[in-house]
Write a protein that binds this ligand. Structure first.
Ligand code: ATP
Ligand code: MG
Length: 264
């Protein structure tokens, strides 16, 4: 592996339309310092990709953003959302996750019907009128581009869907809560190319209404769908810029090596 000066970075500042930002974020798993001084600002209603080699800290960083690391790591620094530091013990994490949803690498629908997968959290949140539930059900399944495939089978078990359909159901489940921000950790890596392209189209459409942060190790995917890209290397954010710049005119050698496939 090439030697780089990890203190050097090239981060563009896109604060003016920021929906979420981190300030001096550090993450430790015991003695293992996994994320160093992460300072990033995520733009509203855009897709931001987090890329970098396996083990560089992409998932760790993403999980901080809606407090999913609380029980497994020590997270220091600020995460600002609507002018509030949500990385504080005073903040209700369930409230945070209503605004900042997460979709994981492996589809994880509940062993319930398609309908219940969507309505379960809504009912817990106090939405109980049938009309309201039906409306949210249809809207979120349409948003995740799954409605046409399941509308006549809403009482069927979610586990009977294909992997790609299950992942779109998980996206629908997240957006049913009408979050501001959607975090996705390699949402298509377990899927075939056709399902992957459906997920990508879905995310592109959703980015009109949601701010999306996606971890991907698929560089073509990052360049196809994201507006901004952050490149992580050994726990450091080395470069952050518009995706076209990161891929065609990287400022840092480490970025250039990674995006050109020269892993050293
Ligand atoms: N639950 C955990 N407990 C302890 N260490 C962890 C845990 N999760 C991740 N790590 C460590 O943190 C570092 C970053 O891991 P992380 O999973 O965030 O990388 P990643 O970029 O998502 O990798 P991949 O592309 O393989 O998913 C690694 O050194 C990893 O071993
Ligand atoms: Mg990961």
């Amino acid at each position: 592996m090439n030697e780089y000066n990890l203190n050097e970075s090239y981060i563009t500042n896109i604060k003016e339309k920021s929906v979420l930002s981190t300030k001096d974020l550090q993450v430790y798993y015991g003695d293992n310092h996994a994320i160093f001084d992460a300072n990033l600002s995520f733009p509203r209603h855009e897709i931001t990709a987090l890329i970098g080699a396996s083990g560089c800290g992409k998932s760790t960083f993403l999980r901080c953003l809606n407090r999913m690391n609380d029980k497994i790591a020590r997270v220091e620094g600020e995460i600002s959302y609507r002018d509030v530091n949500i990385n504080s013990s005073k903040i209700n994490v369930y409230e945070v996750r209503k605004h900042i949803g997460m979709v994981f690498q492996r589809p994880n629908p509940f062993a319930k019907s398609i309908r219940e997968n969507i309505t379960f959290a809504l009912k817990n949140a106090g939405i109980t009128k049938k009309n309201d539930l039906d409306e949210r059900l249809e809207q979120s399944l349409k948003g995740a581009a799954l409605w046409d495939e399941v509308k006549d089978d809403l009482n069927k078990s979610a586990l009977a869907l294909s992997g790609g359909q299950q992942q779109r159901l998980c996206i629908a489940r997240s957006i049913a809560m009408r979050p501001d921000i959607l975090l996705l950790d390699e949402p298509a890596s377990a899927l075939d190319p056709i399902s992957t392209s459906k997920i990508e189209e879905t995310l592109k459409t959703l980015s009109k209404d949601y701010s999306i942060i996606i971890v991907t190790h698929n560089l073509q995917q990052a360049s196809r769908i994201s507006d901004y890209t952050a490149f992580l290397h050994l726990g450091h954010i080395i470069e952050y810029n518009s995706t076209v710049n990161v891929f065609t005119n990287p400022h840092m050698q480490a970025t250039e090596d990674y995006v050109s496939g020269n892993f050293g």
